[in-house]
Design a protein around this ligand. Structure first.
Ligand code: PEP
Ligand code: MG
Length: 757
């Protein structure tokens, strides 16, 4: 049997629960009655409440339907069983056949083997699970969306009772937190922006925010909502105004997206609907946000998933307006060595913190392509993400280390660990200072061979590092990045403006603009692309823009206009055969002719090149030589196609070594072919960023490299210490070996010749 629940029914249920919570008796007695009401209302044979106890253990506190003897006996660790999973992930689980779920943990004392379906929701406070509320049925029941929503709403109300401290004494939890203070913990995390930070944890969302969940007067709550929404909009306008940003800057674009979300009527309407079910305005905001996360967690489109963080940011702002709470950013007593911790963080939220105090960021969620990671990159702020279980394990004020080099966060580090990282941090700072001193010195080897060192970029703010790093130019400007952080396709005028600002800031140094490399995993929200089974080998980069020539034509039109009267370097990505280059070149020529006909000043010179990242192109280099002005090797893609090893899959991406005789032999063949045909050659993949790899590249004939700006200093130091002829000779020998890697031999060579790698 299915319950049909409308807002009215949920409101009645909430009212009954609230009356029950206010009734006389102990908290335990009230909880015992509450589970009965819920089971009855949602037509479930079982309703149970698990409450978090000290030591991250969930204890069965009340049940209707399971064996009553199991109450206060059945315990699950966070992460253990379905209940543990719900607490760990802070996500709802609705399962028609719970017992076949891989994480199902059978507890004989509960007698639950006869119940097949289960719906469980976390009881949350400040993003942290304080317990789990679950219903179960004998049949294989598919819980309807309204039932899921109703149970989530109930869990929000129950959070009040759990947080009241009447069920588990606050003393008990405090004791664990004390115990936690001594126990050091390490959590694996993804590197979102490289670096190391040592400091003190600040929780972005101070806990215990919503105290009032149920309201009697929906009209009054909606009025509060409207006022708060207005306050939130003013906040965003203020951030805009304070940011000093101008249209065209990508941080401005991000804030624009925000402004759009803040005006989203659908979102505000859903909050108003939730108020109709009997919630207060702040509880309704939280409810809709939980729904958003639950729904969007299933979506695989990375862009959409990241927008959840943007909405979280807005929802938090709205709740703060409603409750009068402040985020940590608004506090004046923040430590000078802040490590900011959040489940997720919107870019505007990050920008609100004082950069001088902020040393690092650790997120429980977050991904490398999220807006906030782009901002962290531009601010040169160490950041890790995907740190599972982080929020449940930290407390404000804990000392911590964000290791965005090794990919981990260490909570409450032991003194020796802290000392080791402090030493590493000092060494990094000293090295940086040393590299800064090299900035104006030429990148010339000891035997007098000049090497051109360039930087990769993707944001306008990256250009700030061009002068500071002493790079010769931008060897790879990834034009897709500004496209990825927008919500609509930039038109020709906007693109022209953006490219012009880049060229202006480059101040005469050359910038190689790579045309859009989208498709694959770099999706644009406004370009509907069919899902592809092997996106890296699917319709991406030049393939996509040749299929949709208007996109490429508009882009080159923008580039031609931006560079009028000065030098323009254009590079096509993922070209696999000469015919593709010809087709792209034809489109460029059409645009050149069109601009000339209109009397516009053309760039001069216009240099056109290709990226060599698909091995097939190597065999057409002689034919290509007559057509291109330069070639740039994209070693990231070349490596994945050479070894048939997905660069985004950690299980295989590090399985093969670029410093293998095979890869080096192939790279050397490319260099020789280009040398013979007198085509200028660059390598702009990650290989160029590591001193040992870069040394090998010089040894096999490369003289131009392009890399992320922090690598320029270390690579220049290596170049200046290198005597090329003996290395070149040694590499001839190494390329003939059967070894799977010559890394160790090259490292020994570097050590013996005092080359800093
Ligand atoms: C490469 O493939 O090496 C490259 C530089 O391009 P991207 O990393 O943007 O694919
Ligand atoms: Mg590539």
């Amino acid at each position: 049997m299915q319950a049909t629940l409308g807002p009215g029914a949920t409101r009645r249920l909430l009212k009954r629960l609230r009356d029950m919570m206010a009734a006389a008796g102990t908290a335990q007695q009230r909880l015992d009655r509450i589970v009965k009401i819920i089971a009855d209302d949602l037509i479930a044979e079982v309703c149970s409440v698990y409450v978090m106890r000290a030591g991250q253990v969930l204890e069965l506190f009340a049940t209707e339907g399971l064996n009553p003897d199991a109450v206060h006996k059945t315990r699950l660790r966070v992460g253990e069983g379905l209940v543990g999973e719900i607490a760990q992930t802070a996500r709802t689980l609705a399962l028609a056949d719970a017992q076949s779920h891989p994480n199902f943990a059978y507890r004989p004392e509960t007698g639950e083997e006869i119940f097949h379906s289960m719906l469980g929701v976390p009881i949350l406070r400040g993003g942290r699970a304080m317990g789990v509320l679950a219903i179960q049925n004998r049949t294989f029941r598919d819980y309807a969306e309204e039932e899921v929503e109703a149970l989530q709403t109930v869990a929000m109300v129950l959070a009040e009772l759990v947080a009241s401290g009447e069920l588990v004494s606050p003393d008990e939890m405090l004791r664990t937190e004390d115990a936690g203070l001594v126990a050091s913990e390490r959590i694996d995390a993804q590197r979102l922006n490289e670096g190391i930070a040592i400091g003190t944890i600040v929780l972005h969302q101070p806990r215990v925010s919503i105290l009032r969940m149920v309201a009697d007067d929906p009209a009054a709550e909606k009025k509060r909502l409207r006022e708060a929404a207005q306050g939130m909009r003013s906040d965003i306008e203020r951030i805009f105004a304070d940011s000093g940003l101008a249209a065209g800057d990508e941080r401005w674009e991000i804030l624009e997206t925000y402004r759009m979300f803040a005006e989203d009527r659908g979102w505000l309407q859903r909050i108003a609907d939730a108020i109709d079910t009997g919630l207060t305005a702040e509880a309704a905001v939280q409810k809709v946000q939980e729904d958003n996360r639950a729904r969007l967690a299933q979506v695989s489109d990375p862009y959409i998933r990241e927008r959840v963080a943007d909405f979280d940011d807005l929802a938090n702002r709205l709740v703060r307006h409603l409750t009068g709470d402040k985020t940590a950013a608004a506090r004046t007593d923040l430590p000078d060595d802040m490590i900011l911790v959040a489940r997720n963080l919107g870019p505007a939220e990050l920008l609100e913190y004082d950069r001088r105090k902020l040393k690092g960021v650790a997120l429980e969620e977050g991904s490398t392509t999220a807006h906030v990671a782009i901002i962290a990159h531009a601010l040169d702020l160490p950041m890790v993400g995907h740190a599972q279980g982080l929020l449940a394990r930290v407390e404000a004020g804990d000392p911590a280390i964000v290791d965005a080099v090794g990919g981990q966060i260490i909570l409450r580090p032991r003194e020796d660990v802290r000392d080791t990282f402090a030493a590493a941090l000092r060494a990094r700072a000293e090295r940086r200072a040393g590299y800064a001193a090299l900035k104006d010195l030429p990148a010339v080897t000891r035997d007098g061979t000049p090497v051109s060192l360039n930087m990769n970029a993707g944001l306008v703010i990256d250009l700030e590092h061009l002068a500071e790093s002493g790079a010769d130019g931008i060897g790879l400007y990834r034009t897709e990045i500004p496209f990825m952080i927008r919500s609509t396709m930039p038109d020709v005028v906007e693109q022209t403006d953006l490219y012009r600002r880049i060229l202006d800031r480059a101040d005469g140094k050359p910038v190689v603009f790579r045309t859009l490399d989208i498709g694959g995993d770099k999706l644009l929200p406004y370009l509907d692309a069919a899902p592809q089974e092997n996106p890296a080998m699917g319709v991406r980069a030049i393939r996509l823009t040749l299929d949709r020539p208007a996109i490429l034509r508009e882009q080159v039109r923008g580039l031609l206009r931006a560079a009028g009267g000065r030098r323009l370097d254009i590079m096509f990505p993922m070209v696999a055969e000469v015919a593709e280059f010809d087709a792209a070149r034809d489109l460029l020529d059409i645009e050149i002719a069109r601009e000339a006909k209109r009397g516009r000043v053309l760039p001069d010179p216009i240099r056109v090149g290709v990226m060599l990242e698909v091995p097939a192109l190597y065999w057409q280099l002689p034919q290509l030589a007559k057509r291109v002005d330069f070639v740039s090797v994209g070693s990231n893609d070349l490596m994945q196609f050479m070894f048939a090893a997905d660069r985004g899959n950690p299980d295989v991406s590090e399985r093969y070594d670029p410093l293998s005789p095979g890869m080096l032999g192939f790279l050397r063949a490319i260099a020789r072919e280009c040398d013979g045909a007198e085509i200028p050659l660059t390598l702009c993949g990650d290989m160029a960023a590591h001193p040992l790899e870069a040394m090998a590249l010089l040894g096999i004939g490369y003289r131009r490299l392009s890399m992320p700006f922090p690598a320029i200093g270390p690579i220049k130091a290596m170049v200046r210490a290198l005597d090329l002829p003996p290395l070149a000779k040694y590499l001839e020998e190494l390329c003939r070996l059967a070894d799977r890697s010559v890394r160790k031999k090259l490292a020994d060579f570097a050590r013996d010749h005092n080359i800093p790698v």
